[in-house]
Design a protein around this ligand. Structure first.
Ligand SMILES: Cc1cc2nc3c(=O)[nH]c(=O)nc-3n(C[C@H](O)[C@H](O)[C@H](O)COP(=O)(O)OP(=O)(O)OC[C@H]3O[C@@H](n4cnc5c(N)ncnc54)[C@H](O)[C@@H]3O)c2cc1C
Length: 263
């Protein structure tokens, strides 16, 4: 079995998110990381390989992103992927969810995997949509919010988290599985794996290499147009109560909570 894992580089969660008013897009400058939810997808692939229920020959990490996004691929490899592929091309800048899903589907087609794994959401865009879009373009069954799955032969039995409990669903391979963050506890990479990651094969491809039609990606290929943006209102400063007299302090805190109907 061959597994493709989709991974994305995202701005560090600690960095305040800002829309660039000149482009209407998220300002992605500053510190970046591998999307934390994608670590669950890599871990699921590695556990499948280690588990031995089905032979896994290869785990390939795939990303679409600018030059620097190769850091996310190095991290993915240090966590257990065998090699990686990066689509990096000016033509894909400004792609919306459908255009991104189309481009990723074309990258996946080149690899012909039996299973495509991805995170439940990205930490920046948070559309929760790429799995379904990729599945649609590939014509594969796509399951989201999968918190447990088993592979037997060419069938996957998965538990999907739903509002009312769990759905147990069976699909045939090849399939796209978007894993929930409850599926596992991602491991930390070993120092040896971190050091070795840069030596593992990383293939950089352009849209031409992947047979991606230029008018289906980038701003031109995206149907979503973002309108006006406003900053969310700043939070009012909190009230600090100095504890000079504990009884009076308690009274003040109780009055504060009471005013807001919190007690
Ligand atoms: C008008 C518009 C312009 C945009 N311009 C840009 C731009 O210039 N640059 C840019 O980076 N984004 C841009 N975006 C955002 C981009 O469309 C989204 O990041 C993308 O569609 C994925 O959606 P998401 O991040 O919300 O993914 P979700 O659906 O929340 O992510 C689910 C999973 O999909 C996988 N995934 C998501 N994106 C990628 C990726 N790129 N490569 C590999 N795996 C992935 C990951 O496994 C992730 O965990 C733009 C969006 C809009 C609406």
């Amino acid at each position: 079995m061959k597994i493709a894992v989709l991974v994305k580089e995202v701005p560090d969660a600690a960095v305040e998110k800002r829309i660039d008013p000149s482009t209407g897009r998220l300002d992605r400058a500053g510190e970046k990381n591998l999307n934390p939810y994608d670590q669950n997808a890599i871990e699921a692939a590695v556990q499948l390989k280690e588990g031995g229920a089905v032979p896994v020959e290869e785990i390939v990490a795939i990303t679409m992103g600018p030059e620097g996004a190769e850091r996310a691929l190095h991290k993915a490899v240090s966590l257990g992927a065998d090699r990686s592929v990066q689509l990096t091309d000016d033509a894909v800048a400004g792609s919306d969810v459908v255009a991104t899903g189309y481009a990723l589907a074309k990258l996946i087609e080149r690899e012909s995997p039996d299973l495509v794994l991805l995170g439940q959401q990205s930490d920046d865009g948070e559309s929760y949509a790429i799995g379904a879009v990729v599945g649609e373009f590939l014509g594969f069954p796509a399951l989201t919010q999968v918190s447990k799955f088993d592979v037997s032969g060419s069938t996957i039995t998965a538990e999907r988290q739903a509002e009312y409990g769990y759905d147990t669903v069976e699909v045939d391979l090849p399939a796209v599985i978007s894993v929930s963050d409850a599926i596992n506890e991602p491991r930390y990479p070993s120092l040896k794996a971190i050091m070795g990651a840069k030596k593992k094969p990383l293939e950089k491809v352009t849209i031409a290499d992947a047979g991606i039609e230029a008018d289906k990606v980038g701003a031109a290929g995206s149907k979503i147009e973002c309108g006006n943006f406003t900053e969310p209102p700043k939070k009012a400063a909190g009230e600090i109560i100095e504890d000079e007299d504990t009884a009076a302090t308690v009274e003040k805190i109780v009055a504060w909570l009471d005013e807001r109907k919190l007690i």
